[in-house]
Design a protein around this ligand. Structure first.
Ligand code: EPU
Length: 435
């Protein structure tokens, strides 16, 4: 297992190119299952989850290709594919459940493994099942698999009003894709409003789908009989951008994040400004014109010039759970005390024990972490436990005195595109130790 060795204490200076969003690319790769025409995605990040999703599509019999080294990928799902997502792939990536909606909508049947356990919480998929059942699917769970099909005599899912018990991001994405090819109107109440949902909806509209209201909590889809191919550029990865913003705020420095849209990070940027970082949005107040039209400029005098900030994670547009660990790393060395409340996942404080090994003062009570900012962190060997926890350890390592060795960075590789190369490009002393 590869490790990362970081020698902390260097300010970050220069420019970073932010990649396309993992959490948009994954559903958009699955959207290619909705047509037998070629679909091309641009700005696809180079990371492990994308490789796993490609393997999943290849395994079904899709034809997938990469174009050049700038994130171009194309997909074609012939009529003859085997609509099955096996446990061996699903267990390594929960987002595989995103194949369920499109497979069912196009092929009338799907066999998708249940994802099983997850480091950050129990994460059931009951809402996905409930919503697709409302659209007329018959779904049995047998031998660890969801076996989904249309009732005899039906050739398409039917539109429905779906009101989920809680807001679910991949659930909303599954329903959007399924409803695009269903018969009649689907209304999604309590829909997720994340930018990745809007990006998927925009892609589906390019494919011929009829969707209104994406970006709000009520989405209306009028199903069509057939979708066609399209070319679509994946929206910028707001969580990657936010991770770099926290890293610069903590280490000090002056960095331009290119191809990043500030508006998608309003809640995080607001907190960083309150903490004392200078953050400037370039390219206009909204994110129109694609990722390349936008940038974020961040300047900071370092963590000890920052004031720790309390926050509570919640669904978009509030503070994202996917930025909780990284901002907590900043709070560990900022001035003052802070309280961080995690409301989305019940077990998303796995980074706390590792941050404590670096000298952080954190006390966890249930879903609340109390943090007292310390003068300094000191390098140690730590272990990554999940994707965003790994990113928080990288930020802590960049600030800590001496050497920090982060083990199990395969978690980081799942969701960040060349993180250590990008950090080295702005002056970090970080190297990968291959094993
Ligand atoms: N939930 C259920 N039943 C369901 C679906 C969700 O109980 O059927 C619960 C979950 O257990 C959780 C809450 O609802 O407590 C919200 O989960 P959601 O379904 O929104 O999460 P997700 O769709 O599985 C996506 C991202 C996550 C991100 C969350 C929340 C992708 C591929 N994954 O997961 O990203 O944390 O939304 O914003 O889009 C990451 O990138 O590190 C990551 C974990």
């Amino acid at each position: 297992m590869d490790k990362l060795l970081i020698r902390g204490g260097r300010p970050l200076q220069g420019e970073v190119l932010i990649s396309g969003a993992k959490n948009a690319a994954l559903p958009e790769m699955c959207a290619a299952l909705l047509t037998n025409e070629p679909v091309t995605l641009l700005n696809v990040p180079r990371l492990q989850d994308v490789r796993t999703m490609r393997k999943l599509l290849d395994n079904m019999g899709c034809v997938t290709e990469t174009h050049g080294d700038r994130g171009g990928m194309s997909f074609r799902a012939p009529d003859s594919i085997n609509p099955e997502a096996p446990y061996e792939l699903v267990k390594t990536m929960r987002a595989s459940v995103l194949a369920l909606g499109p497979l069912l909508a196009r092929f009338g049947r799907a066999k998708v493994s249940l994802p099983g356990g997850c480091a950050i919480g129990s994460r059931p998929v009951d809402q996905h099942i409930k919503g697709l059942q409302a659209m007329g699917a018959e779904i049995d769970v047998e031998h660890g698999y969801m076996l989904a099909r249309l009732p005899p005599g039906r050739t398409r899912l039917k539109g429905a009003r779906i009101a989920t018990d809680m807001i679910t991001v991949t659930g909303t994405e599954n329903f959007l894709m399924a409803a695009a090819l269903a018969e009649g109107e689907t209304i999604l109440e309590n829909a997720a409003q994340e930018p990745e949902i809007s990006d998927l909806a925009e892609m589906l509209i390019k494919m011929g789908a009829r969707i209104e209201g994406h970006g709000s909590s009520r989405i209306r889809i009028e199903g069509v009989e057939r979708l066609h191919g399209c070319t679509h550029e994946v929206v910028a990865d707001r969580i990657e951008a936010g991770t770099f913003l926290c890293a610069v705020a903590a280490t000090g420095g002056d960095v331009m994040l290119r191809h990043a849209c500030a508006h998608h990070l309003d809640a995080v940027i607001e907190k960083l400004r309150e903490a004392g970082a200078e953050v400037e949005a370039l390219g206009g107040p909204d994110c129109e014109g694609g990722p390349k039209a936008h940038a974020i400029h961040v300047r900071s005098l370092g963590a000890r010039a920052m004031q720790a900030q309390s926050f509570r994670t919640s669904e978009y547009p509030a503070f994202p759970t996917d930025m909780q660990a990284q901002f907590m790393a900043l709070n560990c060395v900022a001035k003052g005390s802070s309280m961080v409340t995690e409301t989305i996942f019940e077990n998303r404080f796995m980074h706390v024990n590792e941050l404590t090994r670096l000298g952080a003062a954190i006390h966890v009570d249930g879903r609340v972490a109390m943090i007292d900012g310390v003068q300094k962190l000191s390098g140690a060997t730590v272990m990554a436990t999940d994707l965003r926890a790994s990113a928080s350890l990288v930020i802590a390592g960049l600030v800590a005195e001496g050497e920090t060795l982060i083990d199990r960075i395969y978690h980081l590789d799942r969701g960040y595109d060349q993180m250590e190369e990008k950090l080295r490009g702005i002056g970090a002393d970080i190297e990968r130790i291959k094993s």
